[in-house]
Design a protein around this ligand. Structure first.
Ligand code: IPM
Ligand code: MG
Length: 361
């Protein structure tokens, strides 16, 4: 296959981890007879430094013309970086929100898996983590509070800020369909998370999800309130297969779920539109404190590249080869600092990339 991939190295550790993911993709391309062409674009702080804005029209056009986008991370230290002295619409995060909207990436898939090899890193008690867990958060990504009308005004000398949470039934239906489709390929359970005891948007969410569920009689649907879900994630994470939820709840719950695995440096994510096109990125941030020091864990980005092969290109065999190589490296006892445990060998970002490449060859 000829694959055109737009890369967004971004800020902080982004460039280092994307470089390792490219190395891995190159060896996969060589072994399985594909041709991968990469075009880099700037986004976030890297784009602000050059263009004064976190995302340019041209960058969006380049991304659109590719078959998929592979991203590292964006953003800097919010207390010290000059990027955060800019108005909100010119800060690094605005670039990420902008590209999500411009590419219509409404479905955000965030798997949270407890790797057997890293079970020690899990902060939960053994009696809870012992069963292992493997869930996928399907987060709506282009609606809700993130994209509703907002303003800050002053009324009679009192400052007031307004954000609005809006969903129409079409936005809910399309993400619900994605959630049920993916549940069918997994353990066939969807937990739809909302706050239907308070919010109208959640009541509509629940009604539409139930309508969609009728077309998936083989998939079990349950509803859960978001506060309860936050609790259940630490109490019994093994109960979850697919968690289907709106933008803001998904933002919060996916951080919680990744923390529960104890190894956020391992977690990949995909943001998809209604075609095969997607943007793939690690679930973690740009870690400016360790940037450029060859200390970052590239595995989440490498696994994001694997998700890209699987979801955008249907290259399951190739994706399996990457996933297996990652597991093998862990079994062989290599760890980056963030997942280090006693008796293992500590390696840097580049070496970790090389070790995975060797196991694919
Ligand atoms: C995420 C991040 C973003 C979000 C920020 C950087 C705008 O937290 O991808 O989860 O809130 O969506
Ligand atoms: Mg987040």
């Amino acid at each position: 296959m000829n694959l055109k991939i737009t890369c967004i190295p971004g800020d902080g550790i982004g460039p280092e981890i994307v470089a390792e993911a490219k190395k891995v993709l190159d060896v996969v391309a060589e072994k399985y007879g594909h041709d991968m062409q990469y075009t880099d674009i700037l986004m976030g702080g890297a784009s602000i430094d050059v263009h004064g804005v976190p995302l340019t029209e041209e960058a969006v056009e380049t991304a659109k013309s590719a078959d998929a986008v592979l991203m590292g991370s964006i953003g800097g230290d919010t207390t010290t970086s000059p990027w955060y002295k800019l108005p909100p619409n010119l800060r690094p995060e605005a670039g990420l929100l902008g590209i999500r909207k411009a590419l219509n990436l409404f479905a955000n898939l965030r798997p949270a898996v407890l790797y057997e090899e890293l079970a020690e890193a899990c902060p939960l008690k053994q009696e809870i983590s012992g069963n292992g867990f493997d869930m996928l958060i399907m987060r709506e990504l282009t609606g809700g509070l993130y994209f509703g009308e907002r303003k800050t005004v002053e009324e009679n000398g009192v400052r007031k800020a307004v954000d609005t949470l809006t969903y129409d039934e079409n936005e809910i239906r399309r993400i619900a369909v994605k959630g049920f489709d993916i549940a069918r390929k997994r353990r066939k359970k969807v937990t739809s998370v909302d706050k239907a005891n308070v919010l109208d948007s959640s009541r509509l969410w629940r009604a539409v999800v139930e309508e969609v569920a009728k077309s998936y009689p083989d998939v079990t649907l349950e509803h859960m309130l978001v506060d309860n879900c936050a609790m259940q994630l630490v109490k019994d994470p093994a109960q979850f297969d697919v968690i289907l939820t709106e933008n803001m709840f998904g933002d919060i719950l996916s951080d919680e779920a990744s923390m529960v695995t104890g190894s956020i440096g391992m977690l990949a994510s995909a943001s998809l539109n209604d075609t095969k096109f997607g943007l793939y990125e690690p679930s973690h941030g740009s870690a400016p404190d360790i940037a450029g020091k060859d200390l970052a864990n590239p595995i989440a980005t490498i696994l994001s590249a694997s998700m890209m092969l699987r979801y955008s290109f249907d290259l399951d065999k190739e994706a399996d080869a990457i996933d297996e190589a990652v597991k093998q490296v862990l079994r062989d006892g290599y760890r980056t600092g963030d997942i280090m445990s006693e008796g293992c060998e500590k390696v840097g970002c580049k070496r970790m990339g090389d070790l995975i490449v060797e196991r694919i060859k």
